[in-house]
Design a protein around this ligand. Structure first.
Ligand code: AMP
Ligand code: GLY
Length: 410
């Protein structure tokens, strides 16, 4: 088979890595890919938002299967365009991708079908939002509607913080915010292969959303991750599947938004059981970088089968994978480009490129999150040691990272 992977980040590097291990695949293209991906696939210089050009490329090169990484391509309707052109593509349609692109859309379905989630209200006007926040008190969560790369959320500990977030959200016209009850508990990511009402869970991962050690600082796209997660037992996964992931897939189909692709549940284990923080319409980033390397089943075969409504028995290795994100100084508020990265070849574990570019023969930084440095071991503690040994080998004067990935579970 010829497979095309859409995207250019660490998640897509992990997808390409998984595709490269498939027995069914003879050729991999990535659009646009990145310097890490280039070692495994032919990179095609078409941006991930040029959906018509991507479909034309797939047609011309007789691509058998396209796998979509980024939410932005999905929200633009890449799946609809490919399907119209008779091309096979794994991902939700633009309509179904609203489960991520509109927090309000997802919340309405959750409420209608009794899927556990935080209480919420949606506001289009600043004055009403402000009055609600003042009446509810802190802590409280303010979310801008729409795709924000993990950065449009403020978990406000004080009313002042909440008001600042509201002012920022309403500083642009036509904004809409979802204001939520603050859930307290242990957060984890459960990602499933989905086709209509067929739902197959992957292994659990835990992301670290805050920018700095000790869960301090602003929310980011994720600064580190590990899988599996000891605290999340088989019973908890069973509860999350039967109360959240399966009912949501079924509800989407019943409501006429049938979902195919990777359905990501951002979940919280609370005192009252598992609750939903959010759904995403794609694999997580950095979750994909630690989950997919643990999959021993043939990734492409699993996707082919689920698209034909067939289940697979997923086989996972029993090791722990831990990944540390190295991000540009200033991320998430700002980021730099063009700083040279050396000694990547000294690392023992898998290093995924999240935001790099090739410049004058050097790998350089190219945005917010730059690298995910990972290690596999028998225990979380060992994986932690190995991953940070590799982090220490990498030379670049414009990167920072958290030092405590996985520590809460040790
Ligand atoms: P989201 O983009 O919805 O995943 O939110 C980003 C992060 O903010 C989540 O991963 C949580 O850590 C936190 N968060 C979002 N909603 C809530 C909530 N209702 N209660 C507590 N924390 C939340
Ligand atoms: N790591 C969180 C996300 O991909 O949304």
């Amino acid at each position: 088979m010829k497979v095309l992977v859409i995207g250019k980040g660490g998640r897509e590097h992990a997808i390409v890595h998984a595709v490269s291990r498939s027995k069914l695949v003879s050729k991999i293209y990535a659009a646009p890919g990145n310097p890490g991906i280039a070692a495994l696939a032919e990179c095609v210089p078409i941006a991930d938002n040029k959906v018509d050009e991507l479909a034309a490329f797939a047609k011309e090169h007789a691509i058998d299967l396209t796998i979509v990484g980024p939410e932005a391509s999905l929200a633009l309707g890449i799946v609809d365009v490919f399907q119209k052109a008779g091309l096979k593509i794994f991902g939700p349609t633009k309509d179904a991708a609203q489960i991520e692109s509109s927090k309000d859309f997802a919340k309405q379905i959750m409420v209608k079908y009794g899927i556990p989630t935080a209480a919420y209200q949606t506001f289009d006007r600043y004055e009403e939002a402000l009055a609600y926040v003042e009446a509810q008190g802190a802590p409280i969560v303010i979310k801008e509607d729409g795709l924000k790369a993990g950065k449009g959320v403020c978990v406000a500990a004080t009313i002042e913080e909440a008001i600042q977030a509201l002012q920022a959200a309403f500083s642009t016209p036509d904004n809409r915010v979802v204001i939520e009850e603050c859930l307290v508990g242990f957060e984890f990511s459960l990602i499933c292969f989905v086709c209509g009402d067929l739902v197959m869970p992957m292994q659990i991962a835990q992301d670290h959303k805050c920018a700095y050690d000790g869960d301090k600082g602003p929310n980011t796209g994720g600064m580190g991750v590990y899988s599996p997660v000891r605290k999340i037992t088989d019973e908890i996964i069973e509860e999350a599947m039967s109360k959240i992931m399966e009912p949501m897939a079924k509800a989407m189909a019943t409501e006429g938004h049938s979902f195919t692709g990777f359905l990501y549940g951002g979940l919280m284990l609370t005192k009252e059981g598992v609750k939903t923080i959010e759904f995403n319409a794609r694999l997580g980033d950095p979750e994909a970088e630690v989950i997919l390397p643990r999959l021993q089943s043939d990734f492409v075969e699993v996707i082919e089968k689920i698209m034909n409504h067939q289940k697979s028995e997923l086989v996972w290795d029993d090791e722990v994978t831990l990944g540390v994100v190295m991000a540009s100084d200033g991320y998430p508020a700002s980021s730099t480009k063009g700083a040279v990265i050396n000694r990547l070849d000294q690392c023992d574990g898998l290093v995924f490129h999240m935001g790099t570019a090739l410049q004058d023969g050097n790998i350089v930084t190219d945005g917010g999150r730059v690298l995910l440095v990972s290690a596999k071991a028998k225990t979380l503690e060992e994986a932690y040691e190995k991953a940070y040994q590799d982090v220490a080998k990498i030379q670049c004067d414009a990167l920072f990272y958290r030092h405590d990935i996985g520590k809460k579970d040790m």
